[in-house]
Ligand binder design. Sequence first.
Ligand code: FAD
Length: 333
Amino acid sequence: MLKAISKANVRTLSGLLQRFQSTLVVAEHTNETLTPITLSAITAASKLGGEVSCLVAGTNCAKVAEQLSQVDGVKKILVAQNDAYKGLLPEELTPLILATQEQFSFTHICAGASAFGKNLLPRVAAKLDVAPISDIVEIKSSDTFVRTIYAGNALSTVKCNEKIKVFTVRGTSFEPAAHGKGSATLEQVSSASHVGISEWLEQNLTKSDRPELTSAKAVVSGGRGLKSGENFKLLYDLADKLNAAVGASRAAVDAGYVPNDMQVGQTGKIVAPELYIAVGISGAIQHLAGMKDSKTIVAINKDPEAPIFQVADYGLVADLFKAVPEMIETLKK
Ligand code: FAD
């Protein structure tokens, strides 16, 4: 016989279920500082209800663990320090996450949908024999998620029946969790045995005095319309006036105007600044995939039919070689 369940009972049931949720957020960091996408992953994890723990693995990562312990909504920080975690290689972190999972039995494991998270969590999921979900933009409930597909231009809602939900979250879709009010406990977890199949040797990062592209409040991006690498100087000058980062379309990167770490889009970086100024960029969907969540979009293009104008809040149909110097002059005043 079927029994009717009252709304109140449903609420109690979902409250009970939430109490049994526990999420592990795998922190991405440099040993010194936390990568902002981790704070977005914490916000996403908090939306699941239940307890949120963070795993900080590194070589000398006490400072990051300390920073994380003050982040709102985090209950516990699990710290694992070992030389093997240099460079945060997925080969080394996977056994650590599995050992941590064995000990704490989390219902969810997540990280930011950055190169780090996308490299690591599918490997963890495979070892746990569950299917991972990538690029989550909304948490509907503890087992139902909205994720982006096809270059961020389509959304799909998925219900996940796996025993452990393993997923990455899009940084631009969740506000970073706030610092300050948290008081998480710190707990050392024993690091798993050293796998040793790969060794991190070094990384060479481009040095820039400008803000970092993915965390800048303003971004000025240039496309093929700039016509040469030298002409990007115009955008650097404009960016300096706005304290902005400089990005580029793939066409500008492929043409050799600028290095590929400046590429915004489906196969580049995902940005969502307060202000995005697209200069000489047509607005192909693969470019929009990387910037359409920006709060205010300004487009400068000489072609009034350019698709970028469909997503722009402010559009200027003009020759960029005239418009950008005028903007710089105005900002100097
Ligand atoms: P164009 O499309 O050539 O546009 C140049 C624009 O500049 C035109 O609209 C023109 O009117 C304007 N212009 C020219 N001169 C001036 C002037 N003097 N003043 C003002 N405006 C002027 N693209 C990305 O950007 N990021 C990605 O991550 C990315 N990933 C991709 C992945 C795949 C699998 C594929 C197939 C493509 C990808 N692309 C990506 C490429 C994308 O499809 C476009 O080819 C690219 O974005 C075009 O770059 P663009 O707008 O600079 O060049």
